[in-house]
Each structure stands twice: as structure tokens, then as C-alpha cells.
Design a binder for this molecule. Structure first.
Ligand code: PBG
Length: 344
């Protein structure tokens, strides 16, 4: 008879008093102790609009450039699932692009028409519009280009006019993603002067010069043009820095921002945490195109479970400190959450 065959008697000295596994024993016990709960109300769905029939985006499987009625239909689906907000990104026809992104202020432009259609169909939906020149710029930069320089102060009035045009169309939040210095103040001043005191500013406050935006630039054909600076390193932040991001936080707070964003998402969880601790403002995180594309590509090869990796990515962004998350997987995630996939 070996020792293991004997009836178990309590150890005189327990092997361990601490057994964290007790709280993990069943789905219901795990639910009771779960610290972060992702809900569809945390999500923002980015949507691509153009004036042509729907067209899939090769590097973002499951995402489309859609005509306005398609965008409205997708927004309706998101809203029905409990997603409170969409963010609109236009693919502007090449002939309408110029160095100053003039099409951005046309009241009959793609974005104002889309915003009006969304607000008419879904008045409660939060509509967020992007403020930056790149989709409208024949140079493919977020500001006005002169030689090898991206001009800061010359760009500010253009961004302010763009934000006012979007507010006039009915945008709830304008979202400057350009990283020019002083743009939040310029936009706030212009919105207030035009009477749009209730239109908020969601600032892409700590936005890095990231290669994870690649698929997005394919979607909009908005990458820097030949002969122009090939990167955005003179305005977007160096991925190596975080203190610099806290400086951006202080400035955007002082300039009147309503929500502060960190972008990209998963590679920057430490930044999200530090921004969360540095401000009382709501914090947004952007699970960007490259992060989404990686999940889709790996899942396509059978290497990852897209559904599980998506929910895990989003809950981690929330755990790090994000109050809201922009993700191309918003509808997928909301469906999975409705099916209680999270209670495992
Ligand atoms: C444009 C803008 C970009 C993204 C959002 N707004 C691209 C860029 O800065 O080059 C990226 C979004 C994504 O990759 O999902 N200013």
C-alpha cells in the first residue's frame, strides 16, 4: 500500500493557505469577482464612406467603404446592439483633393451629407467626425505641406473651419486626429463663436506615429504622397515616449477637450494607464486598423480564434483605463457580448 492509497487526512501544516484558484472554480464564481466588464456601450464603430457602391477593404476583412445609405444601415445595426457611437471617415475622390484640403469645408461634402443622414435616421446615435486634412489633402498629410515641412499655424484655421462645417451638419463630437499644436483651442474657439457650445471635442491627444495605421491608409488612399515627407514623425508622437504624452494631456485639458484619446491601443496599454491616472477626463483608446487586421489575418490561417482574441483585446484596453474603445470589431464584439460569450 503506497501513501497515496491511504484515506486523506488533513495536513498538520497546510501546503498553502492562499488558493487564488478558489475564486476561479465555476463560471458564476468568476463572474462575481470579475473586475472589468466590457459592454456594447463602451464601443465606437468607425465607418468608411464614399459615393460609390459598397466595396470590401482588402487589408481589413469584414470592413467596407460604403455609400451613405450603407453607412446608415450599418449604424442602425450597431445602434440596435447597444453601440452608442460611430466615427465617420471619408474616402474623397482624387480630383477633389488639394493642398489645403478645401473639400473638408464643403457643406455638401461627403461627411456633412453622411452626418445629416445618420442624425435623421438615428437621432440618439452619437456621431463623431474626424478633423484632419489627410483624406482631403493632395499631399496625404494631416496639415498643409510646404516643401519638407508640415505647417502648424497655417493648418489651424482650416481645421477649425472643418470642425464648424461638421458641427453645422449635426456632429456630436468632432475628433481632431491631426496632432497640430493648439488645434483643440482653435477648434473650441471657432465652435463657440459659431454657437456650437454643446458640440464636444474628442482629441486624439496621445497619438503615435504608428505603422499599425497601414490598413486605414489603404482604406482611404490617404498615405503621404511621393515627393512629400514619407512619415508623420514631425507631428505624431515617437512610440518610445510617454512623458511627452502627459504633456499633451495637460495641454488638451487646458484647451478645452472633452475626451482624450490614446492611439494605437494594445501596444500602448501603459500609456492608457498613465493617461487614465493623469486626468479626470474620459479616456478613449483606438484599437486601430493594423491591430484588427492582425487578428483577421491570423484567424484566416486558423492560427487564432478571432472572436476570443477580439473580446480579450477589448477587455484589456478597458482594464488599462479606457472608458470607450474605437474598434472595427464593434459589431462582432457586441454580438458576442449579447450571446454571453464573456461569461466563461
Ligand atoms: C487620420 C487618421 C488616421 C487614423 C485615424 N485618423 C491615420 C493616420 O494618422 O495616418 C488611423 C486609424 C486606424 O489605423 O485605424 N488623421
Amino acid at each position: 500500500m503506497t501513501t497515496t492509497d491511504r484515506p486523506r487526512t488533513p495536513d498538520p501544516v497546510p501546503r498553502t493557505l492562499q488558493r487564488p484558484r478558489r475564486n476561479r472554480a465555476t463560471p458564476a464564481r468568476r463572474a462575481l469577482v470579475r473586475e472589468t466588464v466590457l459592454t456594447p456601450a463602451d464601443l465606437v464603430l468607425p465607418l468608411f464612406v464614399h459615393d460609390h457602391p459598397a466595396e470590401p477593404i482588402a487589408s481589413m476583412p469584414g470592413c467596407f467603404r460604403q455609400p451613405i445609405d450603407g453607412v446608415v444601415a450599418t449604424a442602425r445595426e450597431a445602434w440596435a446592439l447597444g453601440i452608442p457611437a460611430v466615427a465617420i471617415f471619408p474616402k474623397v475622390p482624387e480630383p477633389l483633393k488639394d493642398p489645403r484640403g478645401s473639400a473638408a469645408t464643403d457643406p455638401e461634402g461627403l461627411v456633412p451629407r453622411t452626418v445629416r443622414a445618420l442624425k435623421a435616421a438615428l437621432p440618439g446615435l452619437v456621431v463623431i467626425t474626424d478633423v484632419a486634412l489627410d483624406p482631403y489633402s493632395s499631399d496625404g498629410h494631416d496639415g498643409v505641406v510646404e516643401g519638407s515641412r508640415i505647417l502648424n499655424d497655417e493648418t489651424l484655421p482650416l481645421l477649425a473651419a472643418m470642425a464648424v462645417a461638421q458641427a453645422q451638419a449635426g456632429a456630436d463630437l468632432v475628433a481632431p486626429s491631426d496632432m497640430m499644436d493648439g488645434r483643440v483651442a482653435a477648434i473650441r474657439t471657432a465652435l463657440d463663436a459659431a454657437g456650437f457650445i454643446e458640440v464636444g471635442i474628442l482629441s486624439y491627444c496621445v497619438k503615435y506615429a504608428s505603422a499599425f495605421y497601414g490598413p486605414f491608409r489603404d482604406a482611404l488612399d490617404s498615405a503621404p504622397r511621393p515627393g512629400r515627407p514619407t512619415d508623420k514623425l514631425t507631428y505624431q508622437m515617437d512610440p518610445a515616449n510617454v512623458r511627452e504624452g502627459l504633456r499633451e494631456v495637460a495641454l488638451d485639458e487646458a484647451e478645452g477637450a472633452d475626451v482624450l484619446m490614446v492611439k494605437p491601443g494594445l501596444p500602448y496599454l501603459d500609456v492608457i494607464r498613465q493617461v487614465r491616472e493623469a486626468t479626470a477626463l474620459p479616456v478613449a483608446a483606438y484599437h486601430v486598423s493594423g491591430e484588427y487586421a492582425m487578428l483577421k489575418a491570423a484567424a484566416d490561417r486558423g492560427w487564432l480564434d478571432y472572436d476570443k482574441c477580439l473580446l480579450e483585446s477589448l477587455v484589456c484596453l478597458k482594464r488599462a483605463g479606457a472608458d470607450m474603445i474605437f474598434t472595427y470589431g464593434a459589431i462582432d464584439a457586441a454580438r458576442l457580448l449579447k450571446a454571453h460569450v464573456a461569461l466563461r
